[in-house]
Design a protein around this ligand. Structure first.
Ligand SMILES: [Zn+2]
Length: 254
């Protein structure tokens, strides 16, 4: 069949103007992965505003294989994460989440988890923006990256030193190695001047967060110094997983 229509749950990752003046929305869906679709209509069109970045809802898609055309015909946003758009830091975090999903082809094909994780991160960014709680945004950002890496099998091993392969209990993790993208023991960290020391609180937080669903895990408190170390480690891991510098990390807002 040359043409068909479909409808599915999706999150709008991005919406951008193409040279022809039309707009292309990039959707993340559990069933079809990343889908790029034309959104026709002028700047004030209702569909354009319904299909704004980070809206989550039901999308209706029309595909014409003969013309190579994928068109978004309707979008019903169930969750708009409206507070995100009112905070530069939350916009930066949400843009980063979108870019990481695109750079990893939605976690390498694990689409349902990619959709669920990104929506959970956006809910936390939204809550942080609405309440002004900066710590929540940072924890959500770090947890989003670490869960994304775990889903791709790229999460750092907390059981052994990446450098010397010596066994480490959770309390023996000393630093994060930018060079190897893993956790290292005190002895190996001493040989790497740019390793990021991980305070004990950061290591304890990782353990506590791992046992909880995302929405609960981001509420586990974390001291400022530990939160900064964990975020630096998460953002470095994100660039390694993406295998390319991430544009959204250049803003300096995260
Ligand atoms: Zn070591």
């Amino acid at each position: 069949m040359a043409t068909r229509s479909a409808s599915f749950e999706a999150l709008i990752l991005r919406s951008k103007e193409v040279p022809s003046g039309a707009r292309v929305a990039t959707l993340l869906s559990a069933d079809d992965g990343v889908v790029e679709a034309f959104v026709f209509g002028g700047g004030k069109s209702k569909l354009r505003s319904l299909a704004s970045p980070w809206h989550y809802g039901r999308a209706w898609i029309y595909r014409d294989a003969a013309k190579g055309l994928v068109k978004l015909t309707d979008f019903d946003p169930e969750r708009e994460f409206a507070a995100v758009r009112g905070s530069l830091e939350a916009i930066a975090a949400a843009s980063f989440a979108s870019e990481l999903m695109l750079a990893t082809s939605a976690l390498g094909g694990d689409w349902p988890d990619a959709l669920e994780l990104t929506a959970a991160a956006l809910a936390a960014f939204d809550e942080a923006a609405a309440s002004g709680e900066r710590g929540l945004l940072g924890r959500a950002l770090s947890l989003f990256v670490l869960r994304a890496l775990d889903a791709m099998g790229l999460g750092p091993d907390s059981g052994e030193c990446r450098s010397c392969a010596g066994a480490m209990g959770g309390d023996a993790i000393h630093s994060y190695s930018r060079r190897s993208g893993g956790f290292v023991c005190a002895r190996c960290a001493g040989r790497e001047p740019d390793a990021i020391p991980l305070p004990q609180g950061a290591v304890a937080w990782l353990g506590a967060a791992a046992r909880r669903p995302f929405a609960e895990a981001v509420r586990v408190g974390l001291a400022d110094e530990a939160a900064r170390a964990l975020k630096a480690c998460a953002l470095d891991l994100a660039e390694k997983a993406a295998e390319t510098p991430l544009r959204t990390l250049k803003s300096g807002l995260l």
